[in-house]
Design a protein around this ligand. Structure first.
Ligand SMILES: [Zn+2]
Ligand SMILES: [Zn+2]
Length: 57
């Protein structure tokens, strides 16, 4: 699993040092932080508003 870096922060919330994840439904890329737009590792994705699986990149 890779992390977002300061040079390449999470595109959804701008944080760095957090794990890179992707919603397997809408393909939105985000991070494991619970405050991230994608909802962290929660099974619910606020972007596509569906129960989904977040895969670690
Ligand atoms: Zn994020
Ligand atoms: Zn989604």
């Amino acid at each position: 699993m890779s992390l977002w870096t300061r040079h390449k922060p999470c595109p959804s919330c701008g944080r760095s040092g957090t794990g890179r994840i992707k919603c397997s439904n809408c393909q939105t890329v985000g991070c494991t932080n619970g405050n991230c737009e994608i909802g962290g590792l929660n099974r619910w994705c606020p972007i596509c508003r569906k129960e989904t699986k977040k895969v670690r990149l």
